[in-house]
Design a protein. Structure first.
Length: 300
């Protein structure tokens, strides 16, 4: 069964262009399922065992989002086994995903982002000066953290003021880069060589220790959290790499950028995914309502 899982993961990368992170996530979720349910051959894989696995997750309790993610991985694996004739029917075909509560994305305001970025730029440690460049690039372009750490030096076109990133499904997209972000990256490039012994290192943010050759997502996240603590500002303690991406989308919509443009820059397949950011209420709108709403004249 493990060989069939290996074949599935190979096909996932070759045929669907899945990233290494996606492949690893699928592997973990499916291995957990197979081990928990004692599945050793395709014929052991039944609808009842999938439901039993989901029920066990719900007792822990496992968040509906986690359950849905694991079910998605199992579905794809079952679909593969069925298409390769290891199964006569797909046992996951009629299983519905757990209902998920839609939560509004967390984001930082422009002033909160300024606090964080200023702290990084003032830092004496060059790791945090590099972090400042990463923060600004991610915040100004709405990059996923995987896209940020794997960006290459030649991905930035200073003349055209844009960056080319490789997103989910190995799909490229071009995003405009602000003048402020370009200036910060240009400054960072003057000491970038401190992070690599290889003069031909292609990564924009190389690493002396990571086997990938570039800074890892975990390393970036740890530095980000440490920086947030150093600011002493409790309002930025909630920061995560994804909060930076949420902040990018939120600020664009707050400045009247249309939803379709935000969708393209974020690399969302569906406009529905981007619509969650329409919770944003423009500050000017709030002031207008407070000033002209007819109920404001009613005396209490």
């Amino acid at each position: 069964m493990w060989q069939k899982l290996s074949d599935f993961l190979t096909a996932l990368i070759a045929e669907k262009g899945a990233s290494l992170n996606t492949e690893q996530a699928y592997r973990r979720d499916i291995e957990q399922f197979l081990s928990a349910q004692g599945i050793r051959k395709p014929q052991d894989l039944t609808t009842d065992k999938i439901l039993a696995f989901l029920n066990d997750l719900a007792k822990n309790p496992s968040a509906p989002k986690t359950q849905a993610r694991k079910l998605s991985a199992i579905r794809e694996f079952c679909k593969f086994l069925f298409s390769e004739d290891y199964l006569t029917e797909n046992p996951a075909a009629d299983i519905e995903s757990p209902k998920q509560q839609k939560l509004l994305p967390k984001f930082l305001s422009e002033s909160q982002m300024d606090v964080l970025i200023d702290a990084a730029k003032r830092h004496q440690d060059i790791k945090y000066r590099r972090l400042a460049a990463m923060l600004i690039l991610m915040y100004h372009c709405g990059l996923r953290v995987s896209e940020l750490v794997a960006a290459q030096v030649n991905s930035i076109n200073f003349a055209k003021k844009q960056i080319t990133v490789l997103g989910k499904g190995a799909k490229e997209r071009i995003i405009p880069v602000s003048e402020a972000a370009l200036e910060e990256i240009d400054d960072y490039l003057t000491f970038r060589q401190c992070f690599t012994k290889d003069k031909n290192n292609r990564w924009l943010f190389p690493s002396l220790s990571a086997k990938e050759g570039h800074i890892t997502r975990d390393s970036f996240y740890k530095q980000l959290k440490n920086l947030a603590k150093e600011t002493g500002d409790a309002s930025v303690f909630q920061i995560t790499p994804h909060v930076l991406r949420h902040s990018f989308a939120t600020q664009l919509l707050n400045h009247d950028v249309d939803l379709r443009s935000v969708q393209k820059m974020l690399g969302h397949e569906s406009i529905g995914t981007t619509q969650i950011y329409t919770h944003v209420i423009n500050d000017d709108l709030i002031k207008t309502v407070q000033q002209v709403h007819p109920l404001n004249d009613i005396k209490k």
